[in-house]
Design a binder for this molecule. Structure first.
Ligand code: COA
Length: 170
């Protein structure tokens, strides 16, 4: 049974992340979306909230599980009996950081491989922080997040309807 772990902060999960998960779910028997507690990034949503959102967004994939972790990534991968870390590469600018991360993880656990997948073209320029920033200024983000996440963004930023936000047309 081939299991892959797809780690990240997922604050919040975007359609770019879901696109990677969909591709991975076709390649592996099981995919674990591993949500890092990641206090260093001071996430907008708690780990439990991020897990709940991702579980709803990814409910259509029977071989995908969502969990949180607050340890070294490689320890989580080993505990999960997985041999593969999956990361998404959106642009060349992602490469340097990803190369460092993969190198350090290989140093820590040589038997775990890091594999990279690229998302569909329309998701190559989005990130969780960009989605949050657009939403908190009243911009609409339906092409980038699942309706469940859009609802969470509306609640979080106390906006009744993103597209009718008074500054949106200005
Ligand atoms: N679609 C949309 N956005 C994507 C994306 C995709 N397919 N792939 C990456 N991103 C974005 C994320 O939204 C995120 O954006 P943000 O910075 O605006 O939030 C950014 O790219 C990168 O974030 P992410 O993929 O979530 O990674 P991360 O850098 O937040 O997390 C961990 C990296 C969690 C994997 C790493 O910190 C880790 O392993 N932590 C555990 C502790 C550990 O083992 N540390 C040593 C590692 S060597």
């Amino acid at each position: 049974m081939k299991t892959a772990v797809y780690p990240g902060t997922f604050d919040p999960i975007t359609l770019g992340h879901s696109d990677i998960v969909r591709r991975a779910a076709q390649l592996f028997d099981k995919v674990i979306v591993a949500i890092a507690v990641n206090a260093a990034k001071t996430p907008t949503w708690t780990a439990d909230e991020r897990v709940a959102m991702a579980q709803q967004v990814l409910a259509e994939f029977p071989n995908v599980e969502v969990k949180s972790f607050d340890t070294l990534l490689v320890s989580f991968v080993q505990r999960s009996n997985a041999g593969v870390i999956l990361r998404g590469l959106r642009a060349v600018s992602d490469f340097e950081y990803e190369f460092q991360l993969a190198g350090m993880n290989r140093h820590l656990a040589p038997d775990i491989e890091t594999l990279f997948l690229t998302p569909a073209e329309q998701f190559t320029f989005i990130s969780s922080s960009l989605v949050r920033e657009v939403a908190c200024h009243g911009g609409d983000v339906p092409e980038f997040v699942h309706p469940i996440v859009k609802k969470e963004l509306l609640t979080r930023y106390n906006i009744r309807n993103i597209s009718q936000h008074k500054n949106y047309q200005e």
